[in-house]
Design a protein around this ligand. Structure first.
Ligand SMILES: [Zn+2]
Length: 263
């Protein structure tokens, strides 16, 4: 998929009422008109764009209906399993993390984000203070002083715990939002090398193999034959349909918008 095209769409679909580009102005009315045309002429692709870039839940509903109807599941496939595969592919296309991706992302956010650096710095500071007060406690000559230092230590420990909890909450929230890789901030590169956390993709990708592992680790019993003949094709085909429809609609959108600007 063309990255330039994706940026182009994002640029044009920003939720601004009007956009100045050179001497021409694309007003909200023009954009709505263009999107209406796109919806009529490229229904699936238009919804794919709306779902991926604008988190449009109704567009997702329509995609779901259309693809579930389109997908011819064999007699051997349990309907709920086939449906689950298609829905998972629709979410993977959008970049919604699966639960196991979210767990991995959470770990990455806790290790690599700005918030993680801040929290670690604070915690380091608290721990240094704790070490200092512990020495003072050992050297204390009265029970009163000892009690005082113990109170101080437990206060500092409380701050450490609170900071850890804060980072945990933050990481969990970030991890639920998108599959973008926190280690390389979505660039796929760390110090000129491919990022090890996302294998250079800039985001965690759900592969068919990854999905099979998820299903098996959830206790689903799948024969190799069922997987190979029915389920894997359902997954890759759904992603393929969405990618192709998205790109076709993006090309059309680009053409319409160019046309409007030239008019
Ligand atoms: Zn990465």
């Amino acid at each position: 998929m063309s990255r330039g095209l994706e940026l182009f769409i994002r640029m044009h679909l920003e939720k601004t009422p009007s956009m100045q580009r050179g001497r021409q102005t694309l007003t909200g009315d023009v954009i709505l008109g263009v999107l209406g045309k796109l919806q009529r002429e490229h229904p699936l692709g238009s919804d794919a764009i709306m779902w991926r870039w604008l988190d449009d839940a109704q567009a997702r509903e329509r995609i779901e209906q259309r693809l579930l109807n389109k997908l011819k599941l064999g007699e051997t496939v349990r309907k709920d399993l086939g449906k689950y595969i298609v829905l998972t592919a629709i979410d993977a296309f959008h970049g919604t993390p699966t639960p196991s991706q979210a767990r991995k992302l959470k770990t990455l956010w806790k290790a690599h984000s700005e918030q993680a650096k801040r929290s670690k710095r604070l915690i380091r500071g608290y721990k240094l203070s704790i070490a200092k007060v512990e020495k003072q406690e050992l050297a204390a000559t009265s029970e009163f002083r000892q009690k005082h230092y113990q109170g101080e230590i437990s206060r500092l420990n409380g701050l450490v715990e609170a900071e850890r909890a804060r980072l945990d909450t933050y990481a969990e929230k970030q991890a639920s939002k998108s599959t973008k890789c926190p280690k390389c901030a979505g660039t796929g590169q760390v110090k000129m090398n491919a990022c090890g956390a996302c294998e250079g993709h800039g985001a965690l990708w759900l592969t068919a193999d990854g999905l099979k592992k998820v299903l098996r680790s959830n206790g689903m019993r799948l024969s190799e034959k069922l997987w190979r003949d029915e389920l894997e094709p359902a997954f890759t085909q759904t992603l393929w349909w969405l990618d192709v429809a998205h790109d076709e609609a993006a090309h059309a959108l680009s053409k319409y918008l160019m046309g409007e600007k030239a008019a």
